[in-house]
Every structure is written in structure tokens, then in C-alpha cells.
Design a protein around this ligand. Structure first.
Ligand code: F6R
Length: 241
């Protein structure tokens, strides 16, 4: 694994942005896998800056996000669709029709998972997948479990994830209990992974994930087997490695 440690979120964002710049130069119609949460925000801000300065062109690229909450419409201010528009898509020259998230309000969620997998495959798979990690080691919303799941699936969020998400909702009852998430297999099929973690709170799970055994109880541990994963950490997140 290619682990790099930086002193600030801005430096991490700069490093991630340079990977995107190189990728878009090589392949202007790249397929990007994007994540939500607090971790990617500085990277998205760096991408917006480069795009607005005319140094990065998203006009031909296509995106597939990792996950979406079940039950939240795209105009709900906590939906990941809304997040992506506000944090990135509304500020860059990407075509709205080229951006994709699974629909958490589809009438048949199982069929929606299959449709999403097929769409990613038809697009040629993901060139660069951006990942954060949950305190319990989840990537996307693939929670600790007894087996690695391949494709997009309906996930029951764990108590730890629900607790981590309460801050974004007005009450605990409003936090969705399920999400649709790209599977571990699909994440691993991405040609490159850019994994970012910041802050000491993530240090313990990163030690388990990167220096412990590969097992579905620590979903991020699978990244030890990815041939092209760049791990960008700040000093806090890297403190136990
Ligand atoms: C969100 C996602 C999650 C987050 C993780 C970390 O699309 O895939 O795995 O990356 O929960 O969240 P933050 O960045 O808020 O610590």
C-alpha cells in the first residue's frame, strides 16, 4: 500500500487533486467514484478551485457515488445527492446527467442495486474511487459483517454509524437506518483508489485495517489487496501506524 502522511487537510486535498488532474489529462472522459461525509470536502474544494481557474475540465467525466440513504429524496438536505450538488457538482463544469447516485427512494430497492451495478459496468467501471472510512472500518456503507459483498446492496446501518450521523439530523429518530451502497467487490474493481482519513479518532481503526488481518469485520482491511491504492493521511490518523 502506498501510504503518505501530510500535515494538513489542505495538503491532502492538494495531493488528491493532483491525482485527479493527472487522470483527467490522461483520460478526459474518466469515470470517478465519489464519496460524501466530511473527509472529501477539502478535496472537492480543491477540485472546484482548479476547475474555476480553467485548469481542470470535468465536461466529459462521469461520476458514480458510493452510496445513498434509503428513504431520502434527492431534494432532502441530508441526501447524498443534495450533498454532492452543494459540495461539488453545482460548482464545476460537469454535466448533471453524467452524475449518478443510487436512488434511495426507488420502489424496488433490490432492482435499483442491480440497475446501479449494471450502469457502473456499462460505463466501463470506475477509474478513480475516492474513499473515506467510518470509525468502525466501513467503506462506502459496507458495515462490518461476516462476508465481503460484491455488488451494490441494501445495508442496515450499525448503531455506531447511526450515532456518527446524528449530528446531521435534528433528532436520532430522523437518521435513516438503511442505505444503498456499492459493494466491496465493486470498490475493489476500481482501477485506482484514493483513500483519505484525517484525525486521531480514525487512528485505531486504521491500524486494524492496514496492519491487521484482512477480514470483513474490518471492511477497509480489504484495501491491503488493492494493487493501486493511494492512502492519504494526516498525522493524527497515522499516529498508530
Ligand atoms: C460516504 C461514505 C462513508 C464515509 C465515512 C467517513 O459516502 O462512503 O464511508 O466516507 O463514513 O465519514 P466522514 O468523512 O464524515 O468521517
Amino acid at each position: 500500500m502506498n501510504i503518505r502522511v501530510y500535515q494538513s487537510a489542505e495538503q491532502i486535498a492538494g495531493a488528491a487533486a493532483s491525482i485527479y488532474a493527472a487522470q483527467l489529462t490522461r483520460k478526459p472522459d474518466s469515470v470517478f467514484g465519489f464519496a460524501t461525509g466530511s473527509t472529501p470536502i477539502p478535496t472537492y474544494q480543491a477540485l472546484i478551485k482548479l476547475n474555476q481557474r480553467g485548469e481542470l475540465d470535468f465536461s466529459r467525466c462521469v461520476t458514480y457515488n458510493l452510496d445513498e440513504y434509503v428513504g431520502l429524496a434527492t431534494d432532502h438536505d441530508q441526501s447524498y445527492d443534495y450533498f454532492m450538488r452543494k459540495q461539488l457538482f453545482d460548482h464545476i463544469n460537469i454535466k448533471r446527467e453524467n452524475t449518478h447516485l443510487p436512488s434511495g427512494i426507488a420502489s424496488d430497492l433490490q432492482a435499483e442495486c442491480a440497475r446501479y451495478d449494471a450502469a457502473v459496468d456499462t460505463a466501463g467501471g470506475v477509474d478513480v474511487m475516492l474513499l473515506g472510512v467510518g470509525l468502525n472500518g466501513h467503506i462506502g456503507f459496507n458495515e462490518p459483517s461476516d462476508a465481503f459483498v460484491y455488488g451494490t446492496n441494501i445495508v442496515n446501518l450499525t448503531e455506531s454509524t447511526i450515532a456518527a450521523n446524528v449530528r446531521f439530523f435534528s433528532s436520532r429518530d430522523e437518521v435513516p437506518r438503511q442505505a444503498l451502497s456499492m459493494g466491496i467487490g465493486q470498490i475493489m474493481a476500481s482501477r485506482q483508489i484514493v483513500f483519505i482519513a484525517m484525525g486521531e479518532a480514525k487512528a485505531t481503526i486504521l491500524k486494524q485495517a492496514f496492519q491487521g488481518p484482512v477480514m470483513p469485520q474490518v471492511p477497509a482491511s480489504i484495501l491491503q489487496f488493492h494493487p493501486n491504492a493511494v492512502i492519504l493521511l494526516d498525522e493524527g490518523a497515522a499516529s498508530l501506524l
